[in-house]
Design a protein around this ligand. Sequence first.
Ligand code: CP
Length: 293
Amino acid sequence: MTREDILDFLARAAEFEKRPNRHLLDERIVATLFFEPSTRTRLSFETAANRLGAKVIGFADPKVSSGVKGETLKDTIMMVSNYADIIVMRHFKEGAAAEAAKVSPVPIVNAGDGSNQHPSQTMLDLYSIYKTQGTLDNLTIHLVGDLKYGRTVHSMLQAMRHFNPTFHFVSPKELRMPEEWKQYCHDNNIRYVETEEFTPESIASADILYMTRVQRERFTDLDEYERVKDTYILTRSMLSQAKETMKVLHPLPRVNEIAEDVDDDPRAYYFQQARNGLFAREVILTKVLDIHP
Ligand code: CP
């Protein structure tokens, strides 16, 4: 997406926030195929579809699909595209959405593919940043936690390249931002600093503090997971030097990385962020189906 595409997207999300219920997808069928667990992404896509008048089919658990009998992803997509106008898909394999899109006669929306990308999350993250900061330009964004397997942060880098950001990559050494994404930053003139420090002083420069979960399901070595899982825990007292306008975001679910006492701080924004997902996903469904409100 270009800078203009993104700004247009945000304007459309604001319109859906004002008026979320519209008959724009009457007589359309949206399929949601979730090969990995989800609460927010699936339910907000399904809510978006329902609020726009579409009907929803699909599965939240691949164990109830014929994948367990050995059906391939290609065949599953070919079947579902017989029934649905658009397929929203989450898969544990990196590149699965792109693979599906190659064979599918209907549009595929990537709702997360392994540790690779989570683009629809990025669109709601951008909307959340824009709503709270009034701009996407020239912001300092601290990405904290699992930057290796965290697909949300990989997608965010790409979208933010148009807006002159400064990133702080805050992670234990085992979960550093992968080289390919640091190369991406170099190639696109995105400034970043890499650090293991996570203190009230280090947080003070952030406009956005983007916390992430260390994802147990991505580790092949569970001892390593146990070693790193609680490296960073944000507590309310750690916000003592943070900007008043700073917002704490998290794609959720959280485990231990944000203490519950942060929830009552006005800078905590992660629950509203998840609500913004509904409006962002209403934009995605209408844009992908080429429906102009
Ligand atoms: N943010 C996110 O992807 O949450 P879910 O895994 O619950 O969909």
